[in-house]
Design a protein around this ligand. Structure first.
Ligand code: PMP
Ligand code: GLN
Length: 388
């Protein structure tokens, strides 16, 4: 056999993501898949029609590098309406291939080898590898282990002269915590006078329940100037497979972001951008999302309350976490595997969101599902019995 060069992995500790692993296991065992975060119902047919219309009208070649101008205008309108601060669609908004690409691109644009990037743990699984690829060092700061709220004393003590960026995520995957206004203010205070940029992952910006409100960085008088706000059309319009998102950031930051973006993907697909622009003319589509998902949360949580699982609070996102210590003493990965293969419901182990698996026995369910799907899962989960 011909001699091949050695494979010196850029990501030696990374395997296939837990979301793909659990979805494959769920399919293999015909389990109800409440693991990976995606809806099992379709998007609004009007959105598909709008994309079809764009294709038929010949919008099938490269759009401008930062994205279709009308879609950027719609995002600017949305930001102004929701967060009370205008955005310049030409210089401050870029359309990306989902939030994942936006996060990686932001890190590649900001981080130099040796720089430190702080993440608040538990956190979404792409952050660490993306920091590695940018040559940065991941500094993990724990969220409060019980409430999962940010601890700003810990954040402050983790910041050094090398801290180049901090990544935050609210509404939070996997815990469903939504930051309060005073927490955004405390973050601004922590960052004041430092050389750290803020990458704010707000993909669940339109899924906030009860009396909670999503603050975010765009409308924050201090944070807006040092932040990239990242969102995902996949989450907001039930089209996770389209892989479209956006980044809103001040002009100087956007210039650097786009330098990398143009050689990363150059631009993202044209007809779906036109379709989304047409659909977003009606802001009620995303403004009704919180009520839509709150009803699902309430239905699912009411059912879970009748099982030995102990529910954790859920203020936003389409995830809810539960503790299973009354049922089993196995690790969360083993428990999720067993739940999928033997009980017929797939969930995600919370350890997937940590570098070092915590000892608490917690799992995450996604409730972005049809009522019949949630009911089937609940029927199976009701068969769980407490340890003797
Ligand atoms: N950030 C968080 C917190 C997420 O849960 C997800 C998962 N969708 C993403 C980023 C990635 O979003 P996208 O599918 O648009 O790449
Ligand atoms: N964000 C989704 C989740 O947390 C999944 C994204 C993915 O599969 N990579 O479940």
């Amino acid at each position: 056999m011909a001699h091949l060069p050695s494979l010196h992995s850029r990501l030696p500790h990374v395997g296939t993501t837990i979301f793909s692993v659990m979805s494959a296991l769920a399919a293999e065992h015909r389990a109800v898949n409440l693991g990976q975060g995606f809806p099992d119902f379709d998007c609004d047919p009007a959105l598909v029609d709008a994309v079809h219309e764009a294709m038929k009208s010949g919008h099938n070649q490269y759009p401008p590098m930062p994205g279709v101008p009308l879609l950027r205008q719609r995002i600017a309108d949305k930001l102004a309406r929701q967060y009370g601060r205008a955005a310049d669609p030409d210089t401050e908004i870029t359309i990306t291939a989902g939030a994942t690409q936006a996060i990686l691109t932001a890190l590649l644009a900001l981080v130099h080898p040796g720089d430190e990037v702080i993440v608040l743990e538990p956190c979404y699984d792409s952050y660490g590898p993306a920091i590695d690829l940018a040559g940065g060092k991941t500094v993990r700061v724990a969220l409060d282990p019980i409430t999962f709220r940010p601890d700003f004393d810990r954040l402050r003590s983790a910041m050094t002269a090398k801290t180049r960026a901090v990544i935050v995520n609210s509404p939070h995957n996997p815990t469903g915590v939504v930051w309060r206004h005073d927490e955004w203010d405390a973050l601004a205070e922590c960052l004041r006078g430092t050389s750290a940029w803020l990458i704010s992952d707000e993909v669940y910006e339109h899924m906030v329940f009860d009396a909670h409100q999503h603050g975010g960085v765009w409308g924050h008088p201090e944070l807006a100037h040092r932040s990239l706000m990242i969102s995902s059309f996949g989450k907001s319009y039930h089209v996770t497979g389209w892989k479209l998102g956006f980044v809103a950031a001040p002009a100087a930051l956007t210039v650097e972001f786009r330098k990398v973006h143009q050689f990363n993907v150059f631009t993202v697909n044209t007809p779906m951008q036109y379709g989304l622009a047409a659909f977003m003319a009606n802001p009620h589509h995303h403004e009704n999302l919180s009520a839509f998902y709150q009803a699902k949360r309430d239905h699912f949580c009411a059912g879970l309350a009748q099982t030995p699982l102990r529910l954790l609070p859920c203020e936003g996102t389409y995830f809810v976490c539960a503790e299973y210590e009354a049922i089993s003493r196995t690790s969360d990965s083993e428990f999720c595997r067993w739940l999928t293969t033997d009980v017929g419901v797939a969930a995600i182990p919370l350890s997937a969101f940590y570098a070092q698996a915590p000892t608490r026995q917690r799992i995450r369910f996604c409730f972005a599902k049809q009522t019949a799907t949630l009911d089937l899962a609940l029927q199976r989960l009701r068969a769980l019995t407490p340890l003797k």
